[in-house]
Write a protein that binds this ligand. Structure first.
Ligand code: ZN
Length: 267
């Protein structure tokens, strides 16, 4: 057993509390300021993450994830060889899966830090997003070598825009501030459908719709000068009130503009 240290964890929903042993190697990742740890169902029936400050060595926050799904190792063995949503959740947890979708949509590279995560799975995850879900952008999913941990400043600088996960459902670096409401709803809807094919279709349709709306809004911004960061919300409410962007808040749009160097569309 790897060394652990116990922390009292409180569920953000029902306030149940329990002392949980967290692995030392995660707590000692001082290169990453906030590590997100999924402690689902070890305390109560709620799914949530806790945010651990590695410098202060304490838990500084928690956040409910409104989805519950546990894939057992028996179930995992019976999953098809190709990558599926359940398989992503088996490896990375619900929150990790939400982060992967967010990274793919907003074009952040992904690094998986684990010695025992099989190389061939990396390609399968890439294929899942590129071929099945059909998100066509430059996002690269690859493994993070131990090598980088020798020089912490390289690690932090090189990967500040990279999502870094490990294979124990911990999230070491999230290069965004936004809540993942869109991704949460996406996964929740998908899991309510049993048929594999239909599930993939519903995910890719929803993401395609998001991209279509984003492009529609971007074209409209190109034609309308004078829209500022301050009146963007009003503009979306007036012109795109039924859009996903309006439904989930304009932070989706702001992040998309930022990630695609389109911030100059706002005056
Ligand atoms: Zn609870």
């Amino acid at each position: 057993m790897a060394p652990t240290e116990e922390f009292e964890i409180v569920c953000p929903v029902c306030k149940a509390r329990k002392r949980i042993a967290l692995p030392e190697n995660i707590l000692n990742h001082k290169n990453f300021k906030f590590v997100k740890i999924q402690v689902s169902q070890r305390i109560c029936n709620h799914t949530f993450i806790v945010i651990f400050d590695t410098a202060k060595r304490k838990i500084v926050g928690s956040q409910q994830i409104d989805i519950t799904l546990k894939v057992s190792s028996e179930e995992f063995k019976s999953l098809k060889k190709s990558f599926s949503l359940r398989r992503l959740i088996y490896f990375f947890g619900i929150y990790g899966a939400m982060c992967l979708f967010h990274a793919k949509i907003f074009n952040y590279n992904v690094k998986i830090f684990s010695n025992r995560f099989p190389d061939e799975y990396i390609d399968l995850i890439s294929d899942y997003f590129n071929e099945k879900i059909k998100i066509n952008n430059e996002t690269v999913i690859s493994k993070l070598d131990d090598f980088y941990f020798i020089k912490p400043y390289i690690l932090t600088n090189l990967f500040k825009d990279t999502l870094i996960l490990d294979a124990d459902k911990n999230i070491l670096n999230t290069p965004w501030e936004n809540a993942l409401d869109f991704e949460s709803e996406l996964i929740k809807n998908a899991l309510s459908i049993e048929d594999q094919e239909k599930r993939i279709n519903i995910i890719s349709d929803e993401i395609e719709l998001l991209f279509a709306e984003l492009n529609l809004i971007i074209n409209s911004l190109k034609k309308n000068s004078g829209i500022t960061k301050e009146n963007l919300y009003e503009y979306i409410q007036e012109n795109f009130s039924r859009s996903i962007i309006n439904q989930y808040g304009i932070s989706l749009l702001e992040e998309y503009l930022r990630r695609n160097n389109l911030k100059n569309l706002l005056s």
